[in-house]
Design a protein around this ligand. Structure first.
Ligand SMILES: NC(=O)C1=CN([C@@H]2O[C@H](COP(=O)(O)OP(=O)(O)OC[C@H]3O[C@@H](n4cnc5c(N)ncnc54)[C@H](OP(=O)(O)O)[C@@H]3O)[C@@H](O)[C@H]2O)C=CC1
Ligand SMILES: CC(=O)N[C@@H](CCC(=O)OP(=O)(O)O)C(=O)O
Length: 405
């Protein structure tokens, strides 16, 4: 059983970390230590800044240094930045689904996450399996019920299909309390009053100070990490092509052709070949124009893991070695991004928590590079990234509870 902190201590800790009354006025609180000082500023301008601007500014210093960047401009926040040692009470809405299940497993192994409520309409009344810290029974929680429970919860995770969580968010926004919300769906990824939680490419201090975090999509996380390191070298007049193949857990538990195991046997299904939401998300979040990124998604017969083959046009001639070095420098110290030589294999990434990037094949003109990236859609593509964001926003060490290799 998870031993919770005494009530008075818990209340004091929460008073110290939650201060802002309304989401519209920028949800900054003092949950994590940024740099050497506790971040106590309340800056609506910072979290209202467009996502694209934040990404570009995070990478700009690399351009000033040219190819030979030696440090990551946006390094991870180490253990010394952790400011909270009080357990946080978690509510998980959409707990029956694939990402919900992946989160239960991670929360079970986290020293400070104290899962209190799990919601599923289908499993209501049944006991949650795979969580050993306390006995929890699935509940069917609607938005009203979530508001009633809000005083007992520090962080709500929304693991619901796209278009479903608005009533939950709206009602929590009306409440007095400012619990953290992390949403795994695509619903708030283009909303500038939310913080887009891709820690390796966004300002980590923004995530630390936010109480509304939209968790990036799976293809989108892999693609952005696969492209983001080269942003200064891209020929912006041409298109970046991303060929992606996902395991069928990416399509969720609701039966569809994309998770029909029979149909997928010895098969590959192309879908949303233009205009997938992650195509827009990658372009928007990297500060690129809509026509600069083309994502071609497919689904295959394996369960978890995505392979991405990314063709990037270059504005100057470059060689493979230099490009690989740029990736290594950009992601130096990142425990959830591994830069390798060969194109990584999707079968090696299933169940892992990082993204792997390799290949770096340059064509005969020297002005096009093909990069391959793999990501577990349920881990760094969803649940692991959610936990990474929760750690930052709740004041724990960024990788706490994440099995890093
Ligand atoms: N699967 C993946 O690889 C990834 C998914 N995501 C995103 O994460 C979110 C969850 O995905 P995933 O876990 O795969 O989805 P699933 O289909 O596996 O699970 C959806 C969950 O939401 C609940 N649910 C479904 N409809 C409703 C509704 N109308 N009202 C309340 N609860 C509902 C379901 O439980 P019940 O029906 O019992 O209530 C279930 O727990 C989605 O937005 C998805 O786009 C993001 C990255 C990767
Ligand atoms: C195989 C498959 O269907 N994959 C999903 C990706 C899931 C995801 O991350 O989508 P969100 O942006 O909605 O979170 C899809 O292409 O929609």
């Amino acid at each position: 059983m998870l031993s919770s902190a005494p009530m008075a201590m818990r209340a004091a800790a929460r008073r110290a970390v939650r201060s802002s009354p309304s989401i519209t006025t920028a949800p900054n609180s003092n949950r994590c230590v940024v740099g050497l000082n506790y971040s106590r500023s309340f800056s609506s301008a910072r979290s209202a800044r467009p996502i694209a601007h934040r990404v570009v500014s995070g990478i700009a210093s690399q351009q000033q240094r040219g190819y030979a960047a030696t440090t990551n401009p946006n390094p991870p926040l180490g253990k010394k930045n952790a400011s909270n040692d009080v357990p946080s009470r978690i509510g998980l809405i959409g707990a029956r689904g694939y990402t919900g299940q992946a989160l239960v497993e991670l929360l079970n192994n986290h020293p400070y996450m104290d899962l209190r409520h799990v919601s599923s309409r289908e499993l209501a009344g049944q006991e949650l399996q795979g969580y050993s810290k306390r006995k929890i029974t699935y509940e069917n929680l609607d938005a009203e019920a979530v508001l009633q429970l809000d005083s007992e919860v520090d962080c709500w995770i929304m693991a619901l299909p796209n278009g479903v969580c608005k009533p939950f968010v709206d009602i929590l926004n009306q409440g007095e309390k400012k619990s953290l919300i992390v949403d795994l769906s695509a619903d708030y990824r283009f909303d500038d009053s939310w913080t887009y939680g891709l820690p390796e490419l966004q300002k980590r201090s923004d995530i630390c100070q936010s109480s509304r975090i939209s968790n990036p999509g799976c293809y989108s996380t892999g693609s952005q990490l696969g492209i983001g390191a080269l942003l200064d070298h891209i020929d912006r007049s041409k298109t970046i092509n991303v060929f992606g193949v996902s395991g069928y857990s990416g399509a969720g538990t609701k039966p569809s052709p994309k998770n029909d195991v029979k149909l997928l046997h010895d098969n590959l299904i192309a879908y949303s070949l233009t205009g997938h939401i992650h195509e827009r998300e990658v372009a928007h979040s990297l500060g690129l124009g809509q026509s600069e990124v083309a994502l071609m998604p497919h689904v295959a017969s394996w369960f978890r893991g995505i392979h991405l083959t990314i063709s990037i046009p270059l504005k100057e001639k470059m060689d493979s070695r230099t490009i690989r070095q740029i990736y290594q420098d950009r992601y130096a110290g990142e425990k959830l991004v591994k830069v390798v030589g060969e194109a990584p294999l999707v079968k090696d990434i299933a169940g892992k928590h990082h993204v792997e990037i390799g290949g770096f094949a340059v064509d005969s003109t020297g002005k096009r590079v093909v990069v391959a990236a793999t990501i577990d859609n349920l881990s760094k593509g969803a649940a692991t990234q959610c936990l990474q964001n929760m750690n930052l926003a709740l004041g724990y060490a960024e990788y706490e509870g994440i099995p890093v290799e």
